[in-house]
Ligand binder design. Structure first.
Ligand SMILES: Cc1cc2nc3c(=O)[nH]c(=O)nc-3n(C[C@H](O)[C@H](O)[C@H](O)COP(=O)(O)O)c2cc1C
Length: 247
């Protein structure tokens, strides 16, 4: 069973991004023809507070802000493929998506999504999608997931939007690219992740040498034996092939 968790970052009730996320994943399920469980979470349905900058997550591993983040984080961790979908607002991700990502800050230090695959979807009316897709892709990489596709759907011509044949063409194209990546087990993104992994490992080892133990990041790296891996690839192989679980 492949679990897909999609996070849609918009407050719009008739959201283009939600619409295309649903369509893309339904088509992916149909084409992959395997047992797939899809959960799509629209952030406007959840209570998500701003990060208050206390850094308790990095020091103690938990967040003192009580809202729906705990549920969404658990859902992401349970999944094999993570989809981050955001509209482009003023050449950036939406505010609600940024608030959500801020709250995942600790995962940038623990590569918590190692072994998972990531898909990025943006929607725009005209411009700004390249930097937004690159931004989201980069965040996923830092969190450990490997990108298997990033797509933008331009909704500049509303008369063309929601026309079945045009939509199907765009979606089919995106899905065939994703399937190609999955079938080829394409891990090209992991080159940059080797650099990220090694840099983090150096920082953690320095912390260990200096007996700086009151830090959740060090605890996570030691507890999961991450410091013993020679490369990020070695870690992801252990997760994917031997079922190693990060805790
Ligand atoms: C506040 C706001 C800012 C936007 N900024 C941009 C932009 O910088 N570039 C662009 O091409 N489209 C921009 N758009 C258009 C949206 O990206 C587009 O309509 C998108 O599909 C909306 O997705 P949603 O319905 O899921 O919220 C903006 C729309 C809004 C509401």
């Amino acid at each position: 069973m492949t679990n897909i968790c999609a996070i849609v970052g918009t407050k719009c009730n008739k959201s283009n991004t939600a619409y295309f996320t649903k369509k893309l994943l339904a088509h992916l399920k149909e084409k992959l023809n395997t047992d797939i469980n899809i959960n799509i979470y629209n952030l406007h349905d959840f209570k998500i507070e701003y990060c208050n900058g206390c850094l308790t997550c990095r020091k103690e591993g938990n967040c003192p802000v009580k809202d729906d983040m705990k549920f969404l984080k658990t859902e992401m961790i349970k999944s094999d493929i993570i989809v981050l979908a955001s509209p482009v607002y003023i050449h950036n991700i939406s505010g609600i998506m940024k608030t959500f990502l801020d709250r995942l800050c600790i995962w940038n230090h623990t590569m918590r999504l190692a072994g998972k695959k990531g898909i990025i979807l943006t929607t725009t009316s005209s411009s700004g999608d390249i930097q937004v897709r690159n931004y989201l892709k980069n965040i996923l990489l830092h969190m450990g997931a490997v990108s298997i596709g990033d797509f933008n759907i331009c909704v500049d011509f509303p008369q063309e939007l929601y026309i079945e044949s045009k939509e199907n063409f765009i979606i089919e194209n995106a899905v065939s690219k994703i399937i190609e990546k999955i079938k080829n087990n394409d891990m090209t993104s992991s080159l940059i992740q080797e650099v990220i992994f090694n840099n983090l490992k150096k920082v953690i080892n320095r912390g260990i040498e200096n007996n700086y133990t009151k830090n959740y990041e060090i605890f996570f790296w030691e507890n999961n034996g991450l410091v013993n891996y020679n490369s990020f690839k070695e870690l992801t192989n252990d997760i994917l092939q031997n079922g190693k679980e990060l805790k």
